[in-house]
Ligand binder design. Sequence first.
Ligand code: GTP
Ligand code: MG
Length: 197
Amino acid sequence: MEITSAEFIISNTQVSKCPMPDKPEFAFIGRSNVGKSSLINMLTQRKNLAKTSSTPGKTQTINHFLINQKWYLVDLPGYGYATVSKTTKEGWSQMITSYFTQRENVYCTFILIDSRLEPQKKDIDFINWLGGLGIPIALVLTKIDKIKQSELARSRKNFETRLLKDWEELPPIFITSAEKKTGRDHLLNFIEEASKK
Ligand code: GTP
Ligand code: MG
């Protein structure tokens, strides 16, 4: 799929103020600093469409981007950012819970996982929670430019083994590097197919 237009629409802390849910929507979530905003920029080939930072906790709101006038990419704040206050965490949790329980046009949620790490409890809990809500998910292993092929294979296997303890089937898994633009075609093809359903 060619991306011919990518436009920032709105930033929100309230789900009720998000755009009309009249188009397929694809959400990006994962631990803080895992590379959600960078991946959106890589997919759309726009350097600063989504705001990125080397410091965790950059994205704090629900951000809608309209792609090709047809569907939305949504950049969400990260979970598991240790230094934010309890109140901020509760606000986050409320915002994310409302987003996933109320937003009716989410066709698929991409859960980003740092390819260098062992399965983290926060990721597994989140996957199990979303899966339990019946929301289609796909996993994206990020920052693969930072590890060797052999380490990536091992890391992926570990993750799959962990998931199969709780689930009978594995979700689609994508391998990406925003730095090297790896995985762009695969992800965009998947989105294109999914948005037709
Ligand atoms: P929050 O909004 O804080 O939750 O973070 P995020 O998940 O949106 O991460 P962001 O895209 O801001 O990236 C965090 C840091 O990781 C930045 O310094 C990026 O440059 C870096 N980064 C993101 N993707 C990649 C990648 O594929 N490879 C490498 N080497 N660095 C990456
Ligand atoms: Mg971000």
